[in-house]
Ligand binder design. Sequence first.
Ligand code: ATP
Ligand code: MG
Length: 264
Amino acid sequence: MVSTTATPPRGDASAAPLLECVDLRKSYVLPGSKRHAPGTLSVLNGVNLTIRPAEMVSIVGQSGVGKSTLLQILGTLDRPTNGKVLYEGEDVFALPGARLAAFRNARVGFVFQFHHLLAEFSALENAMLPALIAGKPPRQAEEMAAHYLEEVGLAARAKHKPGELSGGEAQRVAIARALVMKPDIVFADEPTGNLDTKTSDEIHHLLVDLNGRLGTAFVVVTHNVRLAWLLDRHLLLEDGVVRDLADDEAPEQFLPKKDARGHG
Ligand SMILES: Nc1ncnc2c1ncn2[C@@H]1O[C@H](COP(=O)(O)OP(=O)(O)OP(=O)(O)O)[C@@H](O)[C@H]1O
Ligand SMILES: [Mg+2]
């Protein structure tokens, strides 16, 4: 686990990898028809990458190139067709299903474009859920959730239901929920794609702040130029493979044209 007491500097090249993926491939079988045999769509064609503890990494690339697919596999929500995902050297897809689910709940957090909070539960109850699923006693789960609501600046809205929160506040609750188990890494898929510019910028700075305070690694798929520029390292997904962008390669040239204005 990444310890918050001895957080390595962001992107410390000497730190042991937190996550590695090796020759990751994903293809989908497309349904056939009377006249055509089933086909396959290859989305990932051999992705290799290493994420170190506490790194802040953006993934950019054109729409439909496979960014969400890659994030889901790195976060163990989906399985690759081939290849391995290693967390601190452990091949996580070799774990039996129940252990993989427990691993994911304890070590990995997710933030999506839409908050996916449960409408009938309060902000606090939503943020508690991963801790309850992990079997924490309700009292302790509540304390953990209250702590992370405070970390995201939302202690005053703990009793509000999602329908009583602004879009930015709801996304803060989703971030608290992602952090409540103190994961090593959070995957965020266009986390501010649904927010206005000012609210997006506040959330972007919150992510950077949380990374600095908690030592959590963040891997963020984004179409947002300003967010990409705030992060330490930029990965490009193109033609089914990932490469690091060089320092003089601006991430915006690889964003869909309609998005390269700083929105979303
Ligand atoms: N379950 C599935 N079955 C078949 N094809 C799929 C499936 N899921 C995704 N795809 C296809 O895989 C490709 C990559 O999809 P993905 O959602 O990963 O793209 P993306 O880079 O996240 O795009 P965007 O920027 O628009 O969110 C797309 O062509 C999509 O149609
Ligand atoms: Mg996507």
